[in-house]
Design a protein around this ligand. Structure first.
Ligand SMILES: Cc1cc2nc3c(=O)[nH]c(=O)nc-3n(C[C@H](O)[C@H](O)[C@H](O)COP(=O)(O)OP(=O)(O)OC[C@H]3O[C@@H](n4cnc5c(N)ncnc54)[C@H](O)[C@@H]3O)c2cc1C
Length: 249
């Protein structure tokens, strides 16, 4: 069995992100020197400044802080979507450098969509079997291409691997890009896998920068759904999810 589940960790971020943003804002609005400013920012100031910046849309100030996540247990289908976000930086496990040849009976890691799992054990077993078939195709091409060996064989054998194949990557986004990402990808219209990833990323950054990300998430949290007739109609569910996102489990 090589089914994998989403795992995401916030592995680093700009130290003291909210203070950094407050300082950026104060630099814009204050006559003080940079050294004086660093002493003048207290907690109340920070909160007030960040709320004001978000309200008026002075968003270049929040670009000074960035967050790096390690993500695994996601599909290549997700990868195709998240890498459309151009203001993010990525380092992705390579299917050229990393061979997917496994011992007999073993299969590459992959993601089983919950909707297929919900069809019952027989459907899930059928999906597992399809993955084993693809593993066999992959092994065959590896063998036939092995005169070139290693990376040369990997880079063409991988063409028979599915969108379900697991991938892992590091992604870094600044706070402005993250907010944009959350608005698009926490939305009920986003595909289930990237939506789950986005909510988990939001939960993690809210622990580190609660004021900054207090109102992040899909646009329906604070107004009408911009999707119009295509709305998922789950505004209340989204609000509850956001409200309880950081409740202790
Ligand atoms: C529900 C949903 C369905 C989707 N379906 C499809 C689909 O069927 N086919 C498809 O191809 N894509 C699809 N996408 C992807 C979508 O079109 C975007 O490529 C993706 O969401 C990244 O958004 P973005 O370009 O706003 O963000 P980013 O690339 O993260 O950029 C952030 C912001 O920076 C600015 N920016 C970045 N680059 C430029 C630039 N070159 N010029 C001007 N401004 C720039 C824009 O304001 C942009 O919003 C879908 C996305 C969602 C959420």
């Amino acid at each position: 069995m090589a089914r994998k589940q989403l795992h995401v960790a916030l592995i680093s971020c700009t130290p003291d992100p909210e203070k950094t943003i407050a300082r950026a804002a104060k630099t814009c609005y204050s006559a003080s020197t940079v050294d004086e400013l660093s002493e003048k920012i207290d907690q109340a100031d920070q909160t007030r400044f960040i709320q004001m910046l978000l309200r008026v849309g002075h968003l270049s100030t929040i670009e000074h802080v960035s967050f790096t996540f390690a993500v695994e247990g996601v599909s290549r289908a997700l990868l195709a979507q998240i890498t459309r976000h151009r203001i993010a930086s990525f380092s992705v496990q390579s299917q050229r450098y990393v061979s997917q040849v496994h011992e007999p009976g073993q299969v590459f890691d992959y993601i089983l969509p919950p909707a297929i799992e919900a069809l019952g054990p027989q459907a899930a077993a059928e999906f597992d079997q399809q993955m084993r078939t693809m593993q066999a195709w992959y092994n065959t091409w590896q063998e036939r291409l092995s005169k070139d060996g290693g990376e040369k064989a990997n880079e063409d054998a991988r063409f028979v691997l599915p969108n379900a194949a697991e991938t892992r990557f590091l992604v870094t986004m600044n706070a402005r890009e993250l907010m944009h990402f959350f608005a698009l990808r926490c939305c009920g219209r986003a595909q289930w896998e990237i939506r789950e990833l986005a909510w988990e990323m939001l939960r993690l950054v809210r622990e580190t920068a609660p004021v900054l990300f207090a109102r992040s998430g899909p646009p329906c949290l604070y107004g009408a759904c911009p999707e119009g007739k295509k709305s998922c109609g789950r505004q209340q569910e989204m609000k509850e999810r956001s409200e309880h996102l950081n409740d202790a489990v």
